[in-house]
Design a binder for this molecule. Structure first.
Ligand SMILES: CC(C)(COP(=O)(O)OP(=O)(O)OC[C@H]1O[C@@H](n2cnc3c(N)ncnc32)[C@H](O)[C@@H]1OP(=O)(O)O)[C@@H](O)C(=O)NCCC(=O)NCCS
Length: 331
């Protein structure tokens, strides 16, 4: 069952930042044995934005966070909590969120990272809404930020064509009128924890010459297993999420899927009977930006002037763990 129903919490601002540098499929075809045609047909991705050498996750997070705060009309001292959803933190500790909180000068805020694969963005949005609804916090800055490029193996065609860098952010605040989170459901199938991993450098595989030689300091993925898992689990999960919220899939106005793969999104939409016009897609431009993807999608949607009162938006993601989840928001 969905863990809350109709909490009066509103998205009061959105923002995003992506690095200027673009890597096209053509560029990749000169780096590994792949082609623009293969990548487009199998994934829908055409381009991805890549951070400059030395550009940190905390820096891209800060830029997206500042934009969201400005859109919300808030100053940093009004923020009670900074959450950063990320799988590519600058360092294991400190987290990215405390660095962002410090750079913002959000002197009254706490700060922590949410790291649960690509679902981290959806997890953190639900957590922030629940925290505001229960009175722990008033204004929460939730940022999804990734600089995955330094931890992607640029010689592995199975993974390097998929990912991109970037950040998106939302400010959540108590609703004064329109805006409420209708429901949220956060799940995991940890028996599949070996499907997407970054195995090196910590307790299981402490950094050594061997872990470097064995390329354990890169993202590894059983792509086809992930593909099958998501196709099997996500469509019925989303149907259940809608039903638990007293809605049918047709009553959702806009679907914000984790921007991992267009084929996955299209199959899910088909099985749920969702019209393609209701599905927001921007993975062609950004690739899979992991925890940032749903925030970047929402931010672009808002920039395009498409967010209107009375819409129901569904955000859903899946990723390493294997975690998955969904949140329904009414504008
Ligand atoms: C990665 C993915 C695009 C691969 O597509 P697929 O249809 O499953 O392809 P497979 O993995 O079965 O591989 C088919 C062939 O293409 C090859 N291939 C893989 N990547 C390639 C690339 N970039 N270019 C050309 N060929 C490639 C494989 O080596 C394989 O060749 P083989 O048959 O000679 O062994 C797809 O599985 C996928 O998107 N999975 C989900 C990944 C994801 O979303 N991860 C993030 C989750 S948060």
């Amino acid at each position: 069952m969905a863990f809350f129903k109709g909490v009066p919490v509103a998205i009061s601002g959105t923002g995003m930042y992506v690095p200027d540098r673009v890597l096209t499929n053509e560029d990749l075809s000169r780096m590994v044995d792949t082609s623009d045609e293969w990548i487009r047909e199998r994934t829908g991705i055409r381009r991805r934005h890549i951070a400059e050498a030395g550009e940190l996750t905390s820096e891209v997070a800060l830029k997206a966070g500042r934009a969201a705060l400005e859109a919300a009309g808030l100053v940093p001292s009004e923020i009670d909590m900074v959450m950063v959803a990320t799988n590519s933190p600058d360092t294991l500790f400190p987290g990215v969120a405390p660095k962002v909180q410090g750079m913002l000068g959000a002197g009254r805020a706490g700060a922590f990272d949410v790291q649960s694969g690509c679902t981290s963005g959806v997890y953190s949005m639900a957590l922030a809404a629940a925290g505001i609804a229960s009175g722990i916090w008033r204004n929460v800055l939730v940022i999804g930020a990734e600089v995955l490029s330094p931890i992607v193996d640029w010689t592995d065609r199975n993974t390097c064509v998929l990912f991109g860098d970037g950040a998106g952010a939302v400010v959540l605040s108590p609703s004064c009128g329109n805006g409420r989170f209708l429901s949220a459901e956060l799940r995991s199938d940890g028996t599949k924890h070996d499907q997407i991993t970054f195995p090196g450098g910590l307790v299981e595989n402490p950094a050594s010459h061997e872990t470097v030689e064995q390329k354990k300091h890169y993202v590894t993925m059983k792509g086809n297993d992930v593909f099958k898992f998501v196709n099997r689990v996500i469509p019925p999960f989303l149907r259940e999420l809608c039903e638990d919220s007293g809605l049918s899939p047709e009553e959702i106005d806009w679907w914000f899927f984790h921007q991992a793969n267009q084929r996955i999104i299209e199959r899910a939409a088909e099985r749920l009977g969702i019209a393609s016009e209701k599905v927001f897609i921007n993975l062609d431009e950004y690739g899979n930006t992991s925890a940032a993807s749903v925030f970047i999608a929402l931010s672009e949607f808002v920039k395009q002037g498409r967010l209107l009162p009375g819409q129901r938006l569904l955000f859903t993601a899946f990723g390493a763990g294997m975690t998955y989840g969904g949140v329904i928001y009414e504008t």
